[in-house]
Design a protein around this ligand. Structure first.
Ligand SMILES: Cc1cc2nc3c(=O)[nH]c(=O)nc-3n(C[C@H](O)[C@H](O)[C@H](O)COP(=O)(O)OP(=O)(O)OC[C@H]3O[C@@H](n4cnc5c(N)ncnc54)[C@H](O)[C@@H]3O)c2cc1C
Ligand code: FES
Length: 277
């Protein structure tokens, strides 16, 4: 274990603003070189107070990074005590964060690559946005985003500007916004049919049920490879507590904080995942 990788550094809050119902955008200024080894899909452990209450840091993906300026954006949904506290912090205040951790998405930069799909459910858009804003992201890319309703939708261009090579497709469960009434999975299925028999890569993040059903769809198509970003409870984020462990398809335990959070969907034991989350 490279210890320095896990040492938290002080970040200065540039902005912490609501962008939709219970969803905030946190912009941080970080030391030079902080994002040097960043790959989209990596996360950091964020300590939301200067005290030990709450004791544990919380894991968040980076939705956008500027490697040169050392700026990063985190999109977060207020879920419980830690994120509630985070939402009360103001510009100019400081918080502690670890450098980017874990395994990110396996991106290629070939312009000849067949289309890739980014499929996001709700706040699962966060790690996928960082792919969308990568200068080397393969193209063309379809970003398929499902939200509950219009109050949970926000302007992506204002977060990751510019979104390179991206076609955005939006679905909402109640039909109040977007192209279709339904889920991200429904919209993905309506778009992907013409790629049967072709090599495509799908990167997804969202509720476990959505990921499982995408896995079932992609498993039926030998040319479609699905990579998912998995959210599990994390106490340490550095491979020590085993709190994030999930079972692999070959029966060994994987640590989401170190072996993931991005996994080839076929490498996981989905029955076990479903039982524990
Ligand atoms: C790799 C990774 C990346 C993530 N990226 C984002 C992101 O970009 N935006 C975002 O809104 N959320 C993200 N999450 C989920 C986020 O970490 C939780 O919503 C947050 O920890 C909840 O903390 P809380 O104190 O508000 O809630 P509480 O429920 O009070 O948290 C209690 C404890 O449970 C853990 N916990 C609770 N829910 C989750 C969860 N869904 N996933 C992981 N740990 C959980 C917390 O870390 C904490 O230790 C990510 C999770 C992981 C594992
Ligand atoms: S969070 Fe402790 S081992 Fe992964």
């Amino acid at each position: 274990m490279r210890r320095s990788r896990y040492l938290q550094v002080v970040a200065s809050i540039e902005q912490n603003v609501p962008v939709a119902d219970s969803i905030f955008l946190l912009t941080l200024a970080l030391p030079t070189g902080f994002f040097q080894d960043f790959i989209p899909g990596m996360f950091s452990m964020v300590h939301v107070t200067e005290t030990l209450d709450p004791l544990l840091s919380r894991p968040f993906s980076w939705a956008w990074v500027d490697r040169e300026r050392g700026h990063g954006k985190i999109l977060y949904r207020v879920a419980g005590k830690g994120t509630e506290i985070l939402s009360t912090l103001h510009a100019g205040e400081a918080i502690r964060v670890t450098p980017p951790l874990g395994e990110g998405f396996p991106l290629t930069s070939s312009p000849d690559e067949t289309p890739q799909f980014l499929v996001a459910g709700g706040i699962g858009i966060a790690p996928l946005l960082s792919i969308a804003s990568e200068p080397t992201a393969p193209h063309p890319t379809h970003l398929v985003w499902g939200v509950r309703d219009a109050t949970h939708r926000f302007d992506l261009g204002g977060i990751a500007d510019p979104l390179r090579h991206i076609s955005l497709h939006l679905a909402s469960e109640d039909g109040s916004c977007g192209e279709v009434k339904g889920s991200a999975r429904d919209l993905f299925l309506s778009l992907v049919g013409k790629f049967t028999g072709k090599n495509i890569r799908i990167f997804a993040c969202g509720p476990l049920g959505m990921l499982k059903s995408l896995h079932e769809v992609c498993n039926r198509e030998s040319n479609w490879t699905l990579f998912i970003s998995l959210e599990t409870s994390m106490a340490c984020g550095m491979g020590l507590c085993m709190g994030c462990a999930v079972l692999s398809s070959t029966g060994r335990y994987l640590k989401v904080c170190q072996d993931g959070p991005v996994f080839d969907a076929t490498s996981l034991n989905w029955k076990h995942l479903h039982e524990i989350y």
